[in-house]
Design a protein around this ligand. Structure first.
Ligand code: SF4
Ligand code: SF4
Length: 132
């Protein structure tokens, strides 16, 4: 199995340094790959990254919710969305995204749609063959 980063990720980068096998990488180009991604072949499911994420975006693959219930105000970041987000990452660098929307309280989102892109990024995408 692997852990999965979902579209609740706002590229904070806080999870990267805690991963003992260095398998978390920023999606590039950001316009096409808006999150950070976990290499499923390298992840050892230690769970160290989960509490580091300020947006609670990381789940074990078999616990990714298919009906995530929004608290309200959190951002979803997916290709096709057109909202604007500006913030800072873990290192104080600017994060700007134009692929977001803010969720309403109680809004349901199927986050299992985000599993496939994690695999594709490393299988067919820019992450193929790359190590961070
Ligand atoms: S800590 Fe969370 S928001 Fe930051 S890169 Fe990791 S998954 Fe994304
Ligand atoms: S579960 Fe552990 S090995 Fe997998 S991405 Fe998170 S920190 Fe890295």
């Amino acid at each position: 199995m692997t852990h999965i980063i979902t579209s609740l990720c706002l590229r904070d980068s806080g999870c990267v340094d805690v991963c003992p096998v260095e398998c978390i990488v920023p999606g590039k180009p950001q316009e096409k790959y808006p999150w950070y991604y976990i290499d499923p072949d390298t992840c050892i499911d230690c769970g160290a990254c989960v509490p580091e994420c300020p947006y609670a975006a990381i789940f074990p693959e078999d616990e990714v919710p298919n009906a995530y219930s929004a608290r309200g105000g959190e951002y979803l970041s997916r290709i096709g969305l057109t909202g604007h987000y500006e913030g800072e990452n873990h290192g104080g660098e600017a994060v700007i995204l134009d692929t977001v929307k803010q969720l309403e309280a109680g809004e349901k989102v199927d986050l299992t749609d985000d599993i496939k892109p994690n695999y594709e990024y490393f299988k067919d995408g820019p992450g193929y063959g790359s190590k961070p």
